[in-house]
Design a protein around this ligand. Structure first.
Ligand code: NAP
Length: 529
């Protein structure tokens, strides 16, 4: 996506809580009573919101004049009043005149903004005869809960919203694919009027985080996880603390983890904290990607600078790279992609280093600090469960260290192919429980069996674990999987996916930024998990 950043129209000066950008964080306030709403408004201020959206349609009852007066007088932040009808996704199902009256009253009583739906804007302007206090900005909004239209259709929509008398344009569409967001960025950056443009749903998350980069007027941040007024909203805490929202500007480089699923990934937490400490103008986001090629075709600008890659895309991502590191080529998977200034994609694999070094450290610990001239993996029987990206990295790495490698996988053909590649033996998953040619083996799970939310699953029986000196699990949510718990119970040494994650993250960070990784910081952050 080639987007030229213009000075554009920036949000009005609110004079509150500003960082590098002027995009506001707006907290939707939804509660049954006015008192509860006032309490939430104070909470929103405490959390760092710049403005609150008062969702009148969520109140169980509304006595317009006294209630709106209290809501404005007692609000510690600028206000946006919305009285959303059911036909536009809200809760209000009364008559339009009463709704218009309440919104008009809000304007007269000192609301900073009111929101009126495009479909009702003409009638509302007639109702008020176009009168409004100078201070109050009218947001005309349109919501598409089904899809994201073409750039042309979005452009026409913006023109219609402007034509309806909007001071601020707002539209929210639905992301069927993450590439839908690019069209919304394109509209945002070229808008000549202040604009709020969001793409709803998990695939649209990036639109809510990166809007300061493209000059969006505001983004919505919820007070608590899950208490959203539209699908896909992050919390205020996430915007401010996780994504360093205040520091995002037109020059901010975008990094992210592409995967499906991806929301569990801790990578944004790690890299964004490190960016902040190192003063790197970058943001690292979760990218729920269905089609890797479509993603890279769409986000091809050097501004989208670097990507971690996880399940299930590591192999397709390799095929997509213009250049691949030789080790990653042997493994057949990349987990780290760098967009070079000329637009070319370079791919490498950092899983291999992270996993193998953490297992080596784990083994040395189990041998009471015995010193080794070579790798403690040399000569060991190393059983890898899984033949995907992480499986290949572990198998290749173990082989490199002189281990004898066995691959067990759900799809036996993939196990066989990988075993051939590394000169090892292939098993089906069913054969794993009775496979114990010797004791003192190493076991590495590289499948998602046992990952959140299915944490009671495990790839091998507890009994069979007795043959393993060390058990490693690539999964890091949860940190201690059922597999690791049972391995501990039978007396095996364990190494968690968190160790691997930290190890591979060091190298990715260095490749993303050219700076040495802050190893202690990464360890401290991951210690919470
Ligand atoms: P991938 O390339 O998609 O491979 C997934 C593997 O898991 C395949 O072998 C697949 O078998 C197997 N699998 C998936 N669901 C299964 C199920 N229900 N039953 C049996 N086997 C199943 O994924 P990946 O990138 O290698 O990642 C695999 C795991 O490693 C994930 O949990 C990921 O979070 C973790 N990981 C952790 C780190 C870290 O730093 N700690 C780094 C990378 C990956 P088939 O071949 O039969 O489909």
């Amino acid at each position: 996506m080639e987007i030229a950043v213009e000075s554009g129209v920036r949000p009005m000066e609110m004079g509150v809580g500003m960082g590098k950008n002027q995009t506001l964080i707006c907290a939707p306030i939804m509660a049954d009573t006015v008192d509860q709403m006032v309490e939430l408004m104070h909470k929103a201020k405490f959390k760092g919101a710049d403005i609150v959206e008062v969702r009148l349609d969520h109140l169980k009852s509304l006595d317009p004049r006294p209630d709106i007066e209290v809501l404005i007088r007692q609000c510690p932040l600028p206000t946006l009043f919305t009285y959303r009808p059911t036909w536009e996704g809200g809760e209000y199902n009364g008559d339009e005149d009463s709704r218009f009256e309440a919104l008009q009253l809000a304007m007269e009583l000192g609301a900073d903004h009111i929101d009126i739906e495009l479909k009702a804007a003409h009638d509302f302007m007639n109702f008020t005869s176009g009168n409004k206090p100078e201070k109050c900005k009218i947001i005309v909004s349109s919501h598409n809960y089904e899809y994201t239209p073409s750039v042309e259709d979005l452009g026409n929509l913006v023109a219609r919203i402007q034509g309806a008398g909007a001071d601020i344009v707002k539209f929210a569409t639905t992301a069927l694919d993450i590439t839908d967001v690019a069209r919304v960025f394109q509209i945002t950056i070229h808008s000549q009027v202040p604009i709020i443009a969001m793409v709803m749903g998990e695939r649209g998350l990036m639109s809510r985080i990166l809007c300061p980069k493209f000059g969006g007027y505001l983004t919505f941040g919820t007070l608590e996880e899950g208490k959203v007024s539209a699908p896909g909203q992050p919390t205020i805490d996430e915007l401010i603390s996780l994504y360093n929202f205040r520091s995002i500007d037109a020059d901010t480089k975008v990094f992210g983890i592409i995967g499906k699923p991806v929301s569990h990934s801790k990578s944004p937490k790690l890299y964004n904290r490190a960016f902040k400490e190192d003063g790197v103008n970058g943001v690292f986001v979760h990218l729920l990607v269905d089609d890797v090629n479509k993603f890279f075709d769409t986000y091809s600008s050097p501004d989208f600078s670097g990507f971690s890659c996880t399940i299930p895309h590591k192999e397709v991502a390799l095929a997509r790279c213009d250049e691949v590191d030789p080790v990653a080529k042997s493994i057949g998977a990349v987990n780290c992609l760098i967009r070079r200034p000329d637009g070319k994609l370079f791919g490498c694999n950092t899983d291999y280093v992270g996993a193998i070094s953490s297992i080596e450290i784990g083994l040395q610990g189990s041998q009471n600090g015995a010193t080794h001239t070579g790798s403690p993996l040399a000569g060991k029987l190393f059983v890898v469960i899984g033949a995907g990206g992480a499986g290949k990295a572990l198998a290749y790495g173990a082989k490199e260290k002189g281990a004898r490698v066995v691959i067990a996988n759900r799809s036996y053909d993939r196990a066989r192919d990988l075993a051939e590649l590394v000169g090892g033996q292939a098993l089906t998953l069913a054969e794993l429980n009775s496979f114990h040619p010797e004791t003192g083996m190493i076991l590495a799970n590289t499948t998602s069996i046992g990952m959140q939310p299915k944490i009671e699953e495990t790839p091998i029986s507890k009994e069979a674990l007795r043959n393993y000196e060390l058990v490693f699990d690539a999964i890091y949510t949860p940190k201690i999987t059922r597999l690791l718990r049972e391995a501990q119970e039978v007396g095996s040494k364990i190494v968690t996916g968190v160790e691997m994650f930290i190890g591979q993250a060091y190298e990715q960070y260095e490749r993303f930024t050219g700076l040495p990784a802050r190893k202690q910081l990464f360890r401290d952050i991951m210690a919470d998990y």
